[in-house]
Design a protein around this ligand. Sequence first.
Ligand SMILES: C[S@@+](CC[C@H](N)C(=O)[O-])C[C@H]1O[C@@H](n2cnc3c(N)ncnc32)[C@H](O)[C@@H]1O
Length: 390
Amino acid sequence: MARRHHIAVGDWASVARRLEELISARSAEDPVAVAVELVLLRLQQEAAGAGPPLPLAEQLQQANDRWPALMARPLLARLDPSLVQSCLDVLSPLRLRQAQGSALDAIFEGLTARRRRGEKGQFLTPRTVCTALVKLLDPQPGERVLDPACGLGGMLLATAAHRGKDAGPLLGADIDPAALRVARLGAVVAEIAGLDLEHRDSLAPGALEPHLNGPVDVILTNPPFAGEVVDAALCAAYPVTGGGRAERDALFLERCVGLLRPGGRLGIVLPHGRLVNDRDGPLRDWLLRQVQVLAVVGLPDETFQPHTSLRTALVVGRKRPLPLDPTEPLPDEAIAFCLSEKAGRDRGGRPIPRAGADPQAPAWLALDHDLNEVVDFIFDDLASVWRAHG
Ligand SMILES: C[S@@+](CC[C@H](N)C(=O)[O-])C[C@H]1O[C@@H](n2cnc3c(N)ncnc32)[C@H](O)[C@@H]1O
């Protein structure tokens, strides 16, 4: 039965729920795809300023002209105009550009998580985590940066924020076309050009290579966790991780190392178990021979709440110019181990604002998390390795 929601300004999650409720009750379209188009119309209205909005058909035409890749055959043109209007009314409190991504995250985190219910590890990566990983990897203008499981594009958008909006190739791929639409929308809202996204199964051998045109300089990713891959032909392409229980994050790790140039930098979110389980010893040994691991940052259990409490860690390293000989002992190299203790959200996934945070600031910038301190603590050591090896 339909419920009524009070929509407070800034309460983006309730906006998402109300939107989904309206769309699901009165259309058979995917709420994520419809919401992308609605947000574009809202963005257009925001730019037009006060005054009565144009008729819907004209708004759609204008949006089509401005963003042909996202509005070529608008779903909204097929929906009941009164439904579209109700949805636009729900979105009217949004100030998308002012919110610097907070509104988009809350709307699409809810919508995509519900759509992918039951799939493991498919959740939006909090902006705090993307930003910390980007700062640690420090992508430079002109470097080719890839996220092969880019989802809603968090890592790539954070890279653009870090090094400048037009500062080089941002390459992404995802198996879910709806996620890619949201990533493209994020780039429109943040006014970032040059996002080069492909709809691909990144694990399929050869699927990304033509798109990448050679090994990349930096990979930043939060791959899907768990969920075993049973396709024997695919597993055969992964000599290290494809045998036995071929879990997707492990396959992605092997894939990422393969896609990096020698000397390239890797920042990846992995399940904590991968770093400590006895049965993953051979995988760790392989990784340490391929990549000089420089830092491991344990993330708080609340990081991916309200979706999962799975413990995770950031792993940061540099691909070795040549892999180390598997018959030789591993070198004695320093790895910075850090533990983040504050995720900026509670066990229910509710945001915890920092004391004294500016109430007008975008929500994700006002969270009580400690990743900035972690970055400050280890970045100088990382940067000296990045600089030494170019
Ligand atoms: C943990 S999410 C990544 C979230 C992303 N960092 C973001 O902020 O939205 C994992 C992503 O991997 C994608 N994925 C799963 N299997 C894939 C595959 N074989 N190839 C490419 N993408 C895949 C999922 O669709 C999902 O978007």
